[in-house]
Design a protein around this ligand. Structure first.
Ligand code: ZN
Length: 355
């Protein structure tokens, strides 16, 4: 039973209290809405040709992420807002009711601030990712200083989280720490892109700073797995990225068996993974990462909520926000069993029907 946007009661329908309206799910599965705890949605343009070249094994000379930065800077506020609204709508129609959205395609004080201001209008959770990539014409240490000072000051009022891409070729551990610690001082909570391409220091830095989440976790040493398992930091796996870049998948089984908390998210972005489908990510996690369907669905709902330090989403217990995803299927298993098939029958967000 839904009241004032929240779950007021659950139980067998015969025992339900009286209500103004009833919805008969007719034996179909009812899940909490997906919690997509990692997405990059404030951008302009797309990079289909780069994807085609990658899949064809052809070299591709164009600028990768820098192409998106140029297009994003050149776009109007209204264009960025319309693209963001389109993507969040696309997600809602596939059962996603909580969306985290990062900046990171502006890379100047003005454009990062604008990206976050627009994200805050539409996304549930907003993350300052000024330290996404070092922009052309800058060097890593002076850009790090900017991201930890003036850019942070302009961006912090619009965001809850601070994130850094800690990787060879992006920001090293000292640079990531500088931005994250400055973010924490400015009232933001840390999360981190960690260990996507190499067994780098990101995961251990995330755990040391009590980050809500270490995202990617594709290349882990035993010490990384142990650190995650003995911390509150969620390991957020983004299997759409490995799918779309033909990279090896993270070892979800190893993390789960060690006792780490695992979330799944899309990482929806125009470069390395342009899916907005949590159901697709669940199917890949089951097929290729050896998660059970129940583990994968939990990771895509309650796990995502933990990665955002939220208790009001990702579950349907009384007191939760009424984010309800009715499948056109008798059980959650069908999300992995029938990959690629649209199976969202109805969606409510905070008690309001959105699909
Ligand atoms: Zn990302």
């Amino acid at each position: 039973m839904i009241e004032d946007g929240g779950v007021a009661w659950t139980g067998p329908s015969a025992a339900a209290p009286p209500a103004d309206e009833r919805f008969d799910a007719a034996g179909r599965a009812v899940l909490p809405g997906f919690v997509d705890s990692h997405a990059h949605l404030v951008f302009a343009g797309e990079r289909a040709e780069e994807f085609e070249a990658r899949m064809s094994g052809r070299p591709y000379a164009a600028g990768g992420i820098r192409t998106t930065v140029e297009r994003t800077r050149a776009a109007s506020d209204d264009d960025l807002r319309a693209n963001l609204r389109r993507l969040i709508g696309e997600m809602a129609r596939q059962g996603t009711t909580t969306v985290e959205c990062k900046s990171g395609y502006g890379l100047t004080v003005e454009h990062e601030e604008r990206s976050l201001r627009i994200a805050a209008e539409l996304a549930d959770e907003v993350t300052y990712l000024g330290a996404h990539v070092v922009p052309a014409g800058s060097d890593a240490s002076s850009y790090t200083r900017l991201a930890a000072t003036d850019m942070l000051a302009a961006c912090a009022p619009h965001a809850r989280w601070v994130d850094v891409f800690c990787e060879e070729g992006a920001f090293d551990a000292d640079q990531a720490r500088e931005v994250l610690e400055a973010g924490i001082k400015a009232g933001l909570a840390p999360r981190l892109h960690a260990n996507q391409l190499t067994r780098g220091p990101g995961v251990r830095l995330a755990v040391e700073l009590d980050a809500a989440s270490a995202d990617h976790c594709t290349f882990l040493a035993d010490a990384d797995v142990d650190a995650l398992a003995s911390s509150r930091t969620v390991a957020t796996l983004l299997p759409g990225v490995e799918f779309s870049t033909r990279q090896p998948y993270p070892d979800a089984r190893r993390l789960l068996d060690a006792g780490a908390t695992v979330a799944i998210a899309t990482d929806c972005n125009p470069g390395s993974c342009y899916t907005s489908s949590m159901a697709f990510c669940v199917a890949v996690a089951v097929r290729d990462m050896r998660m059970t369907p129940a583990e994968a669905v939990w990771a895509a709902t309650a796990g995502g909520a933990r990665a955002l330090r939220r208790t009001d989403v990702g579950n349907l217990a009384p007191g939760a926000r009424a984010d309800v995803h009715v499948l056109d299927a008798p059980s959650h298993i069908h999300l992995a069993y029938r990959p690629g098939v649209p199976q969202t029958a109805a969606v409510w967000k905070a008690g309001r029907r959105v699909m």
